[in-house]
Design a protein around this ligand. Structure first.
Ligand code: HEM
Length: 150
């Protein structure tokens, strides 16, 4: 319960518009692994990561990712109700042609999420908060990965 409070409060403190935070997250992700950029078919329309991340297609994906996290935060009490949605989402990522080991990708994306939280929250980013987010995000990502593997 304490963990849920930490997650809810910190997510709320990021403000209503989560897109800029999503951009921080994905900027970090592409820094950690520039090859991920090429997994987006539309990345051929742009040059480097900053340019791509300001393109409409990328912004749309960032927005979608933030909506998924938002849904998870809203369903902390009944995360299992998102199971089918997340399995499907994992499967869709397979269908759109994200060919490389998605397990690894989703697994690594937690680092950029934590980086975003750390840079936005400052001193409010504590070890228990980090752990609470990590627990929730692993549930999301593991469901997506199971959908992917099907
Ligand atoms: C759709 C790639 C991570 C949520 C897509 C699409 C691509 C893609 C190519 C289809 C085109 C589009 O809608 O933009 C990737 C790659 C990822 C990644 C390469 C890892 C680096 C994630 C994560 C989430 C997510 C972590 C959520 C936690 C979504 C959603 C859609 C989507 C909600 C729309 C699915 C639909 O059409 O119903 N992704 N994605 N993606 N992605 Fe991702």
């Amino acid at each position: 319960e304490k963990d849920k409070g930490l997650i809810r409060d910190s997510w709320e403190s990021l403000g209503k518009n989560k897109v800029p935070h999503g951009i921080v997250m994905f900027t970090r992700l592409f820094e950690l692994d520039p090859a991920l950029l090429t997994l987006f078919s539309y990345s051929t329309n742009c040059g480097d990561a900053p340019e791509c991340l300001s393109s409409p297609e990328f912004l749309e994906h960032v927005t979608k990712v933030m909506l998924v996290i938002d849904a998870a935060v809203s369903h902390l009490d009944d995360l299992h109700t998102l199971e089918d949605f997340l399995l499907n989402l994992g499967r869709k990522h397979q269908a759109v042609g994200v060919k490389t080991q998605l397990t690894v990708i989703f697994g690594e994306s937690h680092k950029s999420l934590l980086y975003m939280l750390q840079s936005s929250l400052g001193p409010a980013y504590t070890t228990p908060l980090r752990q609470a987010w990590l627990n929730m995000y692993s549930i999301v990502v593991s469901a997506m990965t199971r959908g992917w593997a099907k």
